[in-house]
Design a protein. Structure first.
Length: 310
């Protein structure tokens, strides 16, 4: 009796199938891990680029304000002589320590403590018009809205219609992770009604988001070589400011950094007469990326008239 030969087996066995699945899962896991690492790296680089952009914007805004402080036109269109503020008028540059809810009028002051101890800065400057009636500002100086300042024609002794007040306040806009109340650098100027007494708006422009703290120190001509906080300045010192030292801490939007205790030195290498709040900053949310931006800004214009001819 003959028996048919068994056909050769085709396909794979269960063991081979399991081994193949394990190898495939290992490859898939490695690829997924590499994808997550690349994504984390991309988010970090994007966050760092965002902080760099915000930090440079903040420094540029403060630089513009400081360079305009005390500016008076040499070639007024509305009068034959250069007009300077009287000695009793407010200084062209002034600061406040730990200042929240600041106001410009009737005098520069604060309603509360600043957000995370942030300072405030107020500069005053004149404008220049292209017509004798004071109309047609030529843009030699600009306010927070980016619009030019005209010359003052109402006969007041103070020719300065340009105001820029910089401070830190909360924003109602949520960040990328859904958190609200992010701090931002604010800029406030007078209203654009240049007839009659100057008027202050109730709110300013939100210029730069992601501000952790803003600290300012000042070097005056009467005490060179030492940077002082606003609280250590005497009223007469504001007319002799030569340098404004700026420290801005910017934080990113994403919590992608493991918590670690740290304290940031705001003015490294600077001889300062100030409190710890002015020269050190301890973050509250340690999971966020942060960067410190520093600048020393030179006051270009005279802050008061130094000769009798004025």
């Amino acid at each position: 009796m003959t028996y048919p030969l068994a056909r050769p087996a085709r396909g794979v066995s269960l063991v081979e199938l399991l081994i193949g699945m394990i190898i495939a899962l290992m490859v898939l896991g490695i690829a997924l891990q590499l994808t997550l690492i690349a994504r984390q790296r991309y988010l970090r680089l994007a966050d760092e680029a965002l902080m760099e952009d915000r930090g440079m914007q903040a420094l540029e805004l403060i630089r513009t304000a400081v360079e305009q402080a005390g500016w008076i036109t040499d070639t007024p269109a509305t009068s034959l002589t250069r007009r300077w503020p009287d000695k009793g008028d407010a200084p062209s540059l002034a600061g406040m320590d730990n200042c929240g809810g600041p106001h410009m009028l009737p005098t520069f002051g604060c309603r509360s403590n600043g957000e995370r101890g942030s300072d405030a800065l107020l500069v005053r400057f004149a404008g220049r018009s292209t017509r004798p009636d004071g109309k047609g500002e030529d843009g030699a100086t600009r306010d927070c809205s980016g619009r030019g300042i005209p010359e003052r024609i109402d006969g007041a002794s103070d020719p300065r219609l340009g105001y820029m007040m910089l401070y830190v306040s909360e924003s109602s806009i949520k960040d990328a992770s859904g958190r609200g109340n992010e701090l931002q650098l604010m800029c406030r100027s007078l209203t654009r009604e240049f007839t009659g007494a100057p008027k202050e708006p109730t709110a300013g422009y939100g210029m730069v988001r992601g501000i952790d703290t803003l600290q300012l120190l000042y070097t005056v001509a009467t005490r060179p070589g030492v940077a002082m906080s606003a609280s250590d300045m005497q009223p007469a010192d504001w007319r002799h400011v030569q340098q404004v030292h700026v420290a801005v801490v910017i934080r990113g939007d994403l919590a992608i950094r493991p918590p670690e205790p740290n304290r940031i030195t705001l003015f490294p290498g600077l001889s300062a007469q100030a409190t710890n709040q002015d020269i050190y900053f301890t973050p509250t949310d340690l999971r966020r990326n942060r960067r410190l931006f520093n600048a020393t800004l030179i006051v270009r214009n005279p802050l008061y008239c130094e000769v009798d001819a004025c």
